[in-house]
Design a protein around this ligand. Structure first.
Ligand code: C5P
Length: 227
């Protein structure tokens, strides 16, 4: 059976990973959450004094890039692959608001992007992959057979992320989450290297008012046309 690459890009907290995971499961494809890779680099920066006075020390972080090893390992109990940073499972730790605060500045650094993009391209070389992020359809796999661009209002997205964080027991306010979502979108769309833009051939999905099943069914129809 023909295998394809499915690129899902879009703004923060549009539910890309929820859909991507389910889609990959359904198709028997590999799922890769590239945001988890950038978040892991941000976590490394926080743990290794590469953040000074709330600023990323780019030079120090770049000089240590070779010692940052990121990989995914499938967890059959969860049904998806968890991310490891230097052999430590950091799947939960990378989702804090603290990491969210530094991830977009870290993701503006070209050396960081180059390292992670190369790894992502390697992971998708045999196709049969669903990858979500910000530059998958534009930079990582510009020839992906199917490209989806997800959007939803900032309030809807912050509401979803707020609920997720509260459910895990994080003590944060809705305004903190909304501020983080808006700030990340601003940095992600305005950075010089690989800014978040909709690829010309991507199909846009505003999922503010769509259920997960509706989104999944609509994307499954698009996949069928490509197989
Ligand atoms: O997808 P998630 O919201 O976890 O991504 C966290 C951050 O990582 C984004 O806000 C963005 O700054 C960065 N990112 C990126 N390119 C990707 C994936 C994520 O710059 N392909």
């Amino acid at each position: 059976m023909k295998k394809i690459i499915i690129a899902i890009d879009g703004f923060s907290s549009t539910g890309k990973s929820t859909i991507a995971k389910k889609l990959a499961d359904n198709l028997g494809y590999i799922y890769v959450d590239t945001g988890a890779m950038y978040r892991s680099v941000a976590l490394y920066a926080l743990q290794n004094d590469c953040i000074v006075n709330e600023e990323v020390d780019e030079e120090k972080l770049i000089s240590e890039l070779d010692s940052i090893k990121i990989y995914f390992k499938y967890n059959p109990q969860l049904g998806f692959a968890e991310v490891f940073l230097n052999d430590e499972n950091v799947e939960s730790e990378i989702r804090t608001l603290e990491v969210s605060k530094y991830v977009s500045p870290v993701a503006t650094i070209s050396e960081v992007r180059k390292k992670l993009v190369e790894q992502q391209q390697e992971m998708g070389k045999d196709k049969g992959i669903v990858m979500d992020g910000r530059d998958i359809g534009t930079v990582v796999f510009p020839d992906a057979e199917l490209k989806i661009f997800m959007t939803a209002s900032a309030e809807t997205r912050a509401e979803r992320r707020y609920k997720e964080l509260r459910d895990r027991g994080d003590s944060i306010t809705f305004d903190e989450v909304l501020d983080n979502v808006v700030t990340r979108d601003r940095i992600d769309t305005s950075r010089e290297d690989s800014p978040l833009v909709k690829a010309k051939d991507a199909i846009e999905f505003d999922n503010s008012k769509m259920t997960i099943d509706q989104q999944l069914n609509a994307i499954k129809e698009l996949v069928k046309e490509k197989l």
